[in-house]
Ligand binder design. Structure first.
Ligand code: UDX
Length: 470
């Protein structure tokens, strides 16, 4: 039987909150600390604050019992053996990560640290951050034998974060001594021993008793680099397939076939080869920029990352050009836009390509009726309705009398629209799909002009259907 380890998690954002409830699910008593009293109260009352599968269920199970929420970091420090720092590391103007929140937490921990603790970097941080945290603790009077700093990066995707946490491909622990490594091993023992996967009420996923996740022990610096390098590599894969999709468009080839052909090579693999409108979200754009900044600071020429960012920015402009090509002029056009979130199954709009594309279209003089199943409330805070922008109650209301329908986020429901109904509602039967959710032949059969990414455009079988309807 694994033994419970008292844990503090500092920060109750995506990473902190998911880590806190998942550690509780693994059997550990957890104190989750946030300096935002409103957030703490909401969590105590059972409001998850974010749209994340399984989170309400786990919060309901452990709230105010095995997971306590507080603003008191001193108490959390005293009562735990391991303190996970999961606060934000936003992007600064130069691209590097702003570590001031991490520093503030380290200084506050220092004030109440009287017995040995392992301090764990869970936030995505550049290499050498562990050394800075150690220095901050020592400068604030903590003796060196009272703590170790380890790096335990997370690889959670929004929407599937709980499953990713409990069924990880790997657990990376960067620790420079055995004492600290042993505590992290104990914390993850319910997963690595397979014990968790025997539970009948456990969350299911791809790990099992016979195939538990491996724990990879590395140096602290290597673990810090693993996180940035993994995200940068995934972003590179997306930019690569987006560049290939542009080539396919020029050559009249089909990127879906190309990606399938590439992905069957086990050295390449099929994942993250979906072309689209570019990557967004709270991680990839920030992490690629931060990794580039780290390389620059160390005198390493990693201009490959600059190209990754360049292709990603171009992909959004290319989408707008496709809309222009489909409609001739953009000024005065009425567009239905489906999707605001940076990907499907989330209400997160941070660095969402959809928002940037809508801004470009409004600047071009289009009017936009937008719909998203979860992200409308958040979007209205940054793009309030008014002037040429309105929000629709559903996809069909957005489509009514529009000159074209644009798909910008890969929500499953956008791939299952009633095409006959859409065709009747749209002024012109034109769909520009930035996520390749449809088979071009099917849309052509339904009388649409269908423009997607990296595939030949499809035209209606009945030529008359792109002519304005009465
Ligand atoms: C990512 C990483 O996957 C995760 O390991 C890390 O911890 C946090 O960042 P997330 O931001 O939730 O997770 O989203 P992800 O599913 O990775 O997608 C990122 C972006 O890439 C989205 O905008 C998505 O639409 C886009 N994407 C993804 C593609 O355009 N094509 C793909 O093939 C995959």
């Amino acid at each position: 039987m694994s033994k419970p380890i008292p844990i503090a998690v500092v920060g109750s954002g995506y990473v902190g909150l998911v880590a806190a409830v998942c550690f509780a699910e693994m059997g550990h008593p957890v104190i989750c600390v946030d300096n935002d009293q409103q957030k703490v109260t909401a969590l105590q009352e059972g409001d998850t604050l974010i749209h994340e599968h399984h989170l309400p269920e786990l919060l309901g199970r452990y709230r105010n019992d095995r997971v306590r929420f507080t603003t008191d970091l001193a108490e959390a420090t005293r009562e735990s053996d391991a303190i996970f720092i999961a606060v934000g590391t936003p992007q600064s103007e130069t691209g590097d990560a702003d570590l001031s929140y991490v520093e503030a937490v380290a200084c506050e921990i220092a004030r109440s640290l009287t017995s040995y603790k392992v301090i764990v970097e869970k936030s995505t941080v550049p290499v050498y951050t562990n050394e800075w945290i150690s220095r901050a603790l020592e400068r604030n009077g903590v003796e060196r034998h009272l703590f170790d700093v380890v790096s335990n990066p997370e690889f959670l995707r929004e929407g599937t974060a709980v499953v990713d946490f409990l069924h990880p491909d790997r657990i990376v622990v960067g620790a420079d001594n055995e004492r600290a490594a042993a505590i992290l091993r104990d914390i993850y023992a319910p997963l690595t021993s397979g014990e968790y996967y025997q539970r009948e009420d456990g969350i299911s996923g791809c790990c099992s008793v016979s195939e538990p996740p491996p724990l990879l022990l590395t140096s602290t610096k290597s673990a810090e680099i693993i996180k940035h390098a993994s995200n940068a590599f995934l972003a590179l894969k997306i930019s690569f397939i987006n560049a290939v999709s542009n080539l396919c468009e020029a050559a009249d080839a089909n990127v879906e076939q190309v990606a399938r052909g590439m992905g069957l090579d086990t050295r390449i693999g099929p994942k993250f080869l979906r072309p689209g409108v570019g990557y967004g979200g709270s991680c990839f754009p920030k992490d690629v920029a931060a990794f580039r900044a780290v390389a620059e600071q160390m005198g390493i020429d990693f201009s490959l990352l600059t190209e990754v960012e360049k292709i990603n920015a171009q992909q959004k402009k290319r989408f707008v050009s496709k809309v222009r090509s489909a409609l001739w002029n953009l000024r005065g056009k009425k567009l239905a836009v489906l999707g605001l979130a940076f990907k499907g199954d989330t209400d997160d709009i941070r660095e969402s390509p959809a928002i940037e594309i809508i801004r470009m279209l409004l600047n071009e003089g289009c009017s936009v009726a937008a719909f998203d199943p979860a992200a409308m409330e958040r979007t209205q805070q940054v793009l309030p309705a008014g002037g040429k922008l309105r929000y629709a109650a559903d996809a069909y209301e957005a489509a009514k009398d529009a000159d074209a329908l644009l798909i910008l986020t890969d929500w499953a429901e956008f791939g299952e629209l009633d095409l006959r109904r859409l065709n009747q509602l749209l002024r012109y039967s034109i769909i520009v799909d930035g996520r390749n959710l449809y088979d071009p032949a099917v849309l052509s059969d339904h009388g649409f002009t269908y423009v997607s990414v990296g595939r030949p455009a499809a035209h209606p079988i009945r030529e008359t259907s792109t002519v304005a309807k009465a």
